[in-house]
Every structure is written in structure tokens, then in C-alpha cells.
Design a protein around this ligand. Structure first.
Ligand code: PGA
Length: 248
């Protein structure tokens, strides 16, 4: 469904601006985009901005998000290198260059569709609990929980980075539409806090309640703690029905 939404948007706007996420959650979406390209869909005018990247990992390090994106998406579609953007993590003057990254997003006309996952602690991008809801792209120290969740990707001799550069929460909220995917029981608390909890920097994804065009795509496990589950199902059916009747 998420890939279909992106492809529909691309058909309407060939120079679509996509905000992209890493992690296990969006991999299937990227597979579908690669398949669409094999079937003739053109990505040559698409611009992309990734949410976050580790500080201190070179682009060719298998745990870097630049490597991840090449492997799962960019090697399989024809987005030109010059159209691909990551938050700055190499070299000096990162604060200034984080500002330039934000400016680049604005120069492209803003992000049309932002893909998101969610951490067990409710983070979006690497905006860890207590991140300012007004934050912009900046350096962020990762929490113990995030480090634990990602430790599985590192060998015993490898150093796991503890600091990253991430789009801020305000950066994310500027996107025209936001699609958040969550799968599995481990995320059920975070999904509940994000959708039904009070808005709080302690659960950064709850800031999405401020965004007028955010859709959560969750499986039964991630939805398990939602108290209004039945209502959401009804809303979904009603919307699918309206769409089918051409009302939306
Ligand atoms: P995951 O990570 O997709 O690997 O579960 C999501 C996140 O931490 O944002």
C-alpha cells in the first residue's frame, strides 16, 4: 500500500521529493520500487532526502545508511546521484552543513512524502525521547535502547556508533504527507503512545498528531495496544469505499 501510494504520487509528479527511512521496516517498499523500475517506471527526476546517518561511518561501511540505501533502493532505480541527499556526517562544520541540508530540502520545494519507521522508544529518525518537538537537522546522541536494538548488526570487533545526525521533528513535520510503518509486538507501546497518548517529547512520534496528513500502516501486533482499534478499522473501510466510489 505504501509503495502503491508512492508510485501513484510519482505518476502525478515525476520530480517527486521523497523523505526516506532505513531499518528493517521499509525494505519491502524499496523492493516494490525497484520492481516498478524494472517494469519501466522512471525515477530520473526524483529527489531524495534520508532521515539520518551515523556520525563517523564512511559511506562504504556496511552499517552506514548510505550503504543500506544503495543496497536496498538506489542500485535498483535510476535516481541520479546528484539528487540523493543525506544529512552531513563527514568533515567539519556540521552545524552549518545541517542548516544547508535543511535549505536544500526547501530549495527542492519541500518533501512530498516522508517515509518513517518507529523505534521501540517512540523515536522517529534518530529523534530520541526528549528531543525538542521544534528540532531541526542536528547531531543526536543515541539512547541505550536504540544502541541495544541495533547492536545485532555489529560484529564483536566492530565499534557501534553512538552519535548520529538526524532530521529534526520540525523537519519531519514540514513534509506534505507522512507514511509511518510499524510491524511487530515490540512496537505496540510506541504505536499506542504515538496515536493515542498525549503529545510529548518523551514519545517523539506523538508529535505526528500535529500533522494533518499522516497515515500509520501497522500490523495486528503493532496495533495490539490501540484502544480504538475497531474504529480505525471502520475508518479504513469507509475511506476505501469512498475512494472506490471516486469521492476522494
Ligand atoms: P526498524 O527500525 O525498522 O529496524 O524496526 C525503525 C526505527 O528504529 O526507526
Amino acid at each position: 500500500m505504501v509503495a502503491a501510494r508512492i508510485l501513484r504520487a510519482l505518476a502525478k509528479k515525476p520530480d517527486l521529493v521523497l523523505g526516506l527511512a532505513t531499518g528493517s521496516t521499509p525494505i519491502k517498499v524499496y523492493e516494490r520500487m525497484v520492481r516498478a523500475h524494472r517494469n519501466g517506471i522512471d525515477f530520473s527526476r526524483v529527489r531524495t532526502f534520508n532521515l539520518d546517518e551515523y556520525l563517523g561511518l564512511p559511506a562504504d561501511h556496511p552499517q552506514s545508511y548510505r550503504y543500506f540505501m544503495r543496497k536496498h533502493l538506489f542500485d535498483g532505480v535510476n535516481v541520479p546521484d546528484d539528487n540523493i541527499h543525506f544529512p552531513p556526517t563527514d568533515g567539519s562544520d556540521l552545524t552549518k552543513r545541517c542548516g544547508e541540508f535543511e535549505q536544500k530540502i526547501r530549495d527542492c520545494g519541500g518533501i512530498d512524502i516522508q517515509l518513517l519507521g518507529i523505534g521501540r522508544n517512540g523515536h522517529i529518525g534518530f529523534n530520541e525521547p526528549t528531543s525538542s518537538l521544534a528540532s531541526r537537522t542536528r547531531i543526536k546522541t543515541l539512547t541505550e535502547r536504540t544502541l541495544e536494538d541495533n547492536a545485532r548488526f555489529y560484529g564483536p570487533d566492530e565499534t557501534q556508533p553512538e552519535v548520529a545526525v538526524t532530521m529534526g521533528i520540525a523537519t519531519i513535520l514540514d513534509a506534505r504527507s507522512i507514511l509511518l510503518q510499524s510491524f511487530g509486538t515490540a512496537k505496540a507501546n510506541a504505536v499506542h503512545a504515538a496515536i493515542e497518548g498525549p503529545i510529548s517529547s518523551f514519545w517523539p512520534a506523538s508529535a505526528l498528531q500535529y500533522h494533518a496528513n499522516t497515515t500509520f500502516y501497522v500490523d495486528e501486533e503493532s496495533a495490539a495496544r490501540l484502544t480504538m482499534r475497531e474504529y480505525y478499522r471502520r475508518v479504513q473501510r469507509a475511506e476505501a469505499d469512498s475512494e472506490a466510489r471516486g469521492l476522494m
